[in-house]
Ligand binder design. Structure first.
Ligand code: CP
Length: 334
């Protein structure tokens, strides 16, 4: 198959065949990354702009490296040093970047839907979503799929347990859309306050008890607690793995907008440690999109242990993003 899309906005927009095509393309770029000279001329003369309105270590660096490995010219726009601070609107800014002949604009924004807004407004430049609010983080979802296939051979039938802040996680959404299209048996587990009711519309099994959910898992994906997005919610009186949230105020000091009482309690109930990992399959993979909070979502011995593929995810991100830039550049003019 060929690639027909101008933009990459969400994994919910892609078919299984399109996902497989991206992953197959990423496979060939992974081979390039194993060479002494990790560079190909595929995007020579093309311009890639990184437009990040939120902090990022992995995604921004990975997209920049991916573009450079493809010989593109790369421009990083720091929004705090841009004319946004002088009152320029997001759309005007994007139209000006397009007028500067950017072929691909990679955007991360705290508001869900911003990449769709840019996609509709820009007729020449491709738009690549690098994470929009609580909506999706498609390149992270794809690199997670790539890493699972690399380590396990395939995804169909694997028990994948996604742990933690499902409510605020764009990674969880992209992973769930991607994994369900690839035939995984998906389980989500977390505090009741962090499992949104709309999860019931997806093909996932819902748990509140990590010890039960993790039994027989092939893959465990831990999520970062999205403190910056936890602005409001009901306050659980006491957060037990069986309880539903109750709306009365808690006497326990609470953090994160009241979605859980304390990080210590969160860690006690939902943190992955060696004892819990032992209940998963012997060769289970431990994944995390990063940045990790050691001692909260994961203990250091597990994060650095033999089951952890967290750094493999980061490395694979370059190959997957090379594939995305390569495929989208075929659709841009100029
Ligand atoms: N996984 C991820 O999006 O990490 P960054 O926020 O560092 O880009």
């Amino acid at each position: 198959m060929g690639w027909m899309k101008k933009d990459l906005l969400a994994l919910s927009d892609l078919t299984k065949e399109e996902i497989e095509f991206i992953l197959k393309t990423a496979d060939s770029f992974k081979e390039v990354l194993g060479r002494d000279i990790k560079k190909v001329p595929s995007l020579r003369g093309k311009t890639v702009v990184n437009l990040f309105f939120e902090p990022s270590t992995r995604t921004r660096t990975s997209f920049e490296l991916a573009a450079k490995r493809l010989s593109a010219d790369v421009v990083n726009i720091t929004t705090t040093a841009s004319s946004i601070t002088k009152g320029e609107s997001l759309l005007d800014m994007a139209r000006n970047i397009e007028a500067l002949q950017a072929n691909i604009i990679i955007v991360r924004h705290p508001s869900s839907g911003v990449p769709y807004l840019l996609s509709r407004a820009l007729k020449q430049s491709s738009v690549l979503n690098a994470g929009d609010g609580k909506h999706e983080h498609p390149s992270q979802g794809l690199l997670d799929l790539f890493t699972i296939i690399e380590k396990k051979g395939s995804i169909s039938g694997l028990k994948v347990v996604i742990v933690g802040d499902i409510q605020h996680s764009r990674v969880a959404r992209s992973d769930i859309h991607g994994l369900s299209k690839m035939g995984a048996d998906i389980h989500v587990v977390g505090p009741p306050t962090m499992i949104p009711s709309f999860v019931t519309q997806w093909k996932v099994k819902i748990h509140y008890n990590l010890d039960k959910a993790i039994s027989g898992a092939d893959v465990i994906i831990l999520l970062r607690l999205q403190m910056e997005r936890q602005t409001k919610g009901t306050i659980p009186h006491r957060l037990t793995s069986q309880s539903r949230p109750v709306s009365q105020p808690s006497i326990i000091a609470h953090v994160g907008g009241g979605f859980f009482p304390t990080t210590r309690e969160y860690s006690r109930l939902y943190g992955l440690n060696g004892e819990r990992l032992a209940q998963a399959n012997k060769d289970a993979l431990v994944m995390h999109p990063g940045p990790i909070n050691r001692g909260v979502e994961i203990t250091s011995d597990v994060a650095d242990g033999l089951s952890s593929v967290i750094l493999d995810q980061v490395t694979n991100g370059i190959a997957v993003r090379m594939a995305l830039l390569y495929l989208l550049s075929g659709q841009t003019n100029g």
